[in-house]
Design a protein around this ligand. Structure first.
Ligand code: HEM
Length: 147
């Protein structure tokens, strides 16, 4: 009698554990991919650069943030989006990978333009180059970021 009660309560405990881990698993936030983390870093650096450019006299303070953005682009460039790696057709995968990396090169060029403008103390030009980076973001996300 005692052992059957014990058995029933053990089964109940196990069922509860299984249920709660299933529920927690479904609501727990997924950890970001390596690419997602680099993207977050680019986004944070862009925000800091934009804030610094609001005070043109302090434009040189943007420089370390521009380098942060460039380092994060370099990291993102060595990754591939899941939408690319999931492709099963090897030819299509190679084509999409090349397109992704070409766009990341364009993004790096935009941040090099931001750097040149910051070094020259030209806030207007830096803002223009940042807008170019933002346009690349829209295009890149439209094509490669899961919706
Ligand atoms: C200034 C330029 C850019 C900024 C600030 C930026 C920012 C971000 C941020 C904050 C995320 C993560 C959050 C989210 O998914 O909404 C993200 C994800 C992503 N971005 Fe960008 N991005 C930029 C340019 C690009 C470009 C040019 C491409 C493609 C060529 C690209 C491809 C992706 C992909 C594939 C993801 C999903 C990554 C993943 O979760 O695995 N991004 N980006």
């Amino acid at each position: 009698m005692l052992s059957s009660k014990l058995l029933i309560s053990s089964v109940a405990v196990l069922a509860l554990l299984g249920f709660s881990s299933a529920v927690l698993g479904s609501v727990a936030p997924q950890s970001p991919s390596k690419l997602g983390t680099s993207m977050e870093e680019i986004g944070a650096a862009v925000k800091s650069i934009q804030a610094t450019l609001k005070t043109p006299a302090e434009i040189s303070k943007a420089l370390p943030e521009v380098w942060k953005a460039q380092r994060a682009v370099l990291d993102a460039k060595s990754e591939l989006p899941k939408l690319v790696t999931d492709l099963t057709d090897e030819k299509a995968k190679a084509k999409a990978g090349l397109e992704y990396r070409t766009q990341m090169q364009d993004l790096m060029r935009a941040f090099l333009d931001v750097e040149s403008a910051v070094l020259a103390g030209d806030a207007k030009k830096a803002e223009k180059a940042l807008r170019a980076a933002d346009n690349l973001k829209s295009g890149g996300h439209g094509k490669f970021r899961p919706q």
